[in-house]
Design a protein around this ligand. Structure first.
Ligand SMILES: [Fe+2]
Ligand SMILES: [Fe+2]
Length: 147
């Protein structure tokens, strides 16, 4: 299966249940929705994984990447009742993902630890490290392209 196919099939699976389709409405960086950002992170994570030695759980890698920002609110809208976005959205995304999907340990590590080193809990899995890197590269690209 090609990377695109794997991403498309996983998206269809996630959109069939839960709140995944709502990510299309939320802006992430620049003009990119959280949905588009998550797809870019999954695509980049797959490209990084292909160049890494040793085994990678590709299915968990893609599911975790697609769900890493599943926090389900617009972080640009100020809301004092919400905890600090940078510090807490990974934990909130993991809580939402666990509520809506069956999340395995690798996926939980990817989602819950993707904000390292802002949040000082490093990933414990190879897949977690890959998405942590892919997220930072994608976020930088999306923010720069806005100008
Ligand atoms: Fe994030
Ligand atoms: Fe992200």
């Amino acid at each position: 299966m090609s990377n695109d196919q794997l991403i498309r099939e996983t998206l269809a699976e996630l959109e069939a249940v839960g709140n995944y389709a709502r990510l299309r409405q939320f802006t992430q960086h620049g003009r990119h929705s959280v949905y588009a950002h998550s797809v870019s992170v999954a695509a980049l994570a797959l490209r990084i994984a292909e160049r890494m030695p040793g085994a990678v759980d590709y299915r968990s890698l893609v599911r975790g990447a697609l769900l890493h920002d599943y926090f389900l609110y617009d972080w640009h809208v100020k809301d004092k009742s919400r905890p600090n976005h940078a510090l807490h959205h990974a934990r909130l995304a993991l809580e939402n993902a666990r509520r809506d999907y069956d999340i395995n340990d690798i996926e939980a590590d990817i989602i819950g630890c993707h904000m390292f080193p802002v949040v000082p809990t490093p990933p414990r899995t190879k897949e977690g490290w890959i998405v942590c890197m892919a997220d930072k590269i994608s976020a930088a690209g999306e923010t720069v392209k806005r100008r």
